[in-house]
Design a protein around this ligand. Structure first.
Ligand code: HEC
Length: 105
């Protein structure tokens, strides 16, 4: 039924559980199950990288990358394929949760 909350939806917070839930909704379609990298649905897109490599960036580096669209190694992310213009609007709790989840992978 429309509008029925998912029973397995965790409570929002800077937690691994919330991050895993948000990643399953927001990131997995392109970055693949477990965020280990995948070909996004758009065949013109470059592959979406394995996000485990972002573990070494630290939380600040991760948040900076999402908000500015530039990685710590100064690589610009193409907003046509990596929708950081939208993802950047997630609040700090969401990004902290995503990073906490990525850190467990
Ligand atoms: C529509 C597909 C798509 C979605 C959805 C998506 N990404 Fe991406 N992402 C990409 C692509 C493609 C790249 C590579 C972009 C480039 O090289 O310009 C990328 C790159 C990245 C990078 C840089 C990784 C690196 O090693 O340089 C990070 C971090 C990232 N994405 C995080 C996320 C997170 C977190 C989410 C979910 C909140 C997400 N992405 C959702 C397609 C996507």
């Amino acid at each position: 039924m429309m509008g029925t909350p998912r029973l397995d939806m965790p409570e929002k917070g800077p937690t691994v559980e919330w991050g895993e839930y948000r990643a399953s909704v927001l990131c997995q379609v392109c970055h693949g199950a477990g965020l280990t990298g995948s070909q996004p649905p758009d065949p013109d897109s470059p592959p979406a990288p394995d996000l485990r490599t972002t573990q070494s960036w630290g939380l600040d580096g991760f948040i900076h990358t999402i908000r500015e669209g530039v990685t710590p190694s100064n690589r610009e992310l193409n907003p046509a394929f990596m929708p950081w213009h939208e993802i950047r609007n997630l609040d700090d709790i969401e990004l902290e949760a995503l990073y906490a989840y990525i850190s467990t992978l």
